[in-house]
Design a protein around this ligand. Sequence first.
Ligand code: ADP
Ligand code: MG
Length: 634
Amino acid sequence: VKAIRIINGQAEVINERCIGCGNCVKVCSQGAKNYIRTTGVVWGILTGHRPKVALVAPSFPAEFQEIAPEILVGMIRGLGFDYVVEVGFGADLVAREYDRMMTDGEHGPSISSDCPAIVFYVEHYYPHLVPSLAPIVSPVVAMARVIRERISKDCATVFIGPCISKKVESDELDEVITFTELRDMFTDRGIRPGDTEPSSFDPPHAGRGAIFPVSRGMLNTLRREEDADGTGIVVAEGRIQFREAIREFDSGLLGNMHLQLLCCEGCIMGPGTSAGGKRFARRMKVTEYVRGKLHPEVTRCWLEEMEKSEGIDLGQTFTPRDRRLPQPAEDPIQAALEAMGKHSPSDHLNCGACGYDTCREHATAIVQGLAENEMCLPYAIENLHRSISELHISNEKLASAKEALRQSEKLAHMGQLSAGIAHELNNPLGVITMYAGILLEESGPQDPLRQDLKLIVEQTDRCRKIVGGLLNFARKNQVNREETDLAEFARLSLDSIIIPENIRTRIENRMNDSLAWIDQDQMMQVMTNLEKNAIEAMPDGGTLTIILREDDDQIGLCVEDEGSGIAGENMDKIFTPFFTTKGPGKGTGLGLPIIYGIVKMHSGKINVESNDDPGKGKTGTRFCISLPRKCVNP
Ligand code: ADP
Ligand code: MG
């Protein structure tokens, strides 16, 4: 009946929907679903002053296979019961009533009402069929009425049986416990078969009614055949069959047939019995016990008892208690199916792994708040696959972020070191340049020292440039953004360097709006450094192209050449200070590190693409810098 709701991955029983079939208790191998034990109440009853009667369900031989019936009765008395009676006799009375109802035909086609789970099922989910429920009490209630008549109106009655639905069946019983709970009570009091005196059930004794709890038990009790001699009884049991039978009964397919239904596969397999019981062995134990009752002597006494109980009212009425959920609209069901990745009929695997027969039923339950997406196995697997590949991607991103971090840490350390050295060298270099300059000026044109002095001046100049570059690289300058027309800015950058004859330059402006906010001095340094590198890469001439791009709120400045390209193994070294391939006295290896620092301060990125292999096409390099058009400093 789908009385279990999944909330945050936890299964929870919804009280109003539950019919007490106990299927959840039986199937949960973790023992996570359980029923409320009421042995405490029974202990309370046993200390009271009313006559205490144990009503033992006829399925007891199936459960207590290792204990002889007389010993079991003795053990129950040992708990403190004054009377121990067989509910089987109640079953005999009830069977007689069913027989009369079917024979006189006044009631019309009926649904048996001796199994409380079936009664709850009809009351909750087929409320319009409530009038079809046989208006007859269940065997245990029949027995309770007999007891009150025979022993005392004031009896305290405790039913002991295989059923948990019985716990809420009737107010006419003081308490209901299961066979499992009875075993607990024996253990509590240290009652063992070996130390127990045998004892018999108190009268009235059961006849064929003792066969009631096995499949077709009622038919056996009635001595009727299923649907063979026109008596018209359909027998169905187990949670799948009984629902089918009611459905067919409801749609009128069964004509005038009576339904004889049990929720479990016979009461002998009820949720209140020990786990792991063997169905047919249990069945055999019950029939063996009944066979022992079929002596002519016993039968004569039984007939007398049946006679005596004629006057007891065994009538009962039922109330419809509709618990059906409204059928959700089509749209939300479709949405729920979509959310589980079921877009077309071929996605409806109807595998049943979720506990619902079809994907559609599952989706309906989701809309009704009873189920979750995650219960769909194919969906969960699909999700898992997706998470794995997402994890993979983010792992790669992490690795590249780590690499970038390592690089910038290295640069920061280099920066500190170089700034320290540069600062210390700057002043002495200044002094050397000044005095060498003075000496050079004072030397005559024919002075033999003049060439040497010239060399000193040149080389110290070079040193000062390097030191200046180092200071530039290390300084944490502020970015002073000004509105700049990039097209003009690019032209200006080309004007401020010396361009050899064999180099052609062009500016390719792909921007609609060429205005951006940049630090002009710093970005000029970036552009000229890139342009110088490009020129230096094309000693035999070629074209230097500046490309201006835009992409949403980013602007792009690219410098492209047709030079030698950068060797693959050098790609991750070119931003390292002092890395140069330009031979002694030519490159400083500081151009790109400075560019890197400036671009970072503009919250921008540098991208390099290069081909140094003529076999793979035209060689050349393109440095692209992208910056936020207007970024406020982070
Ligand atoms: P430098 O120009 O002083 O060598 P940079 O930091 O500007 O120092 O450049 C470092 C190295 O990167 C260069 O020596 C060169 O090998 C490589 N490089 C930079 N730009 C280019 C380019 N446009 N084409 C080929 N190689 C380049
Ligand atoms: Mg350079």
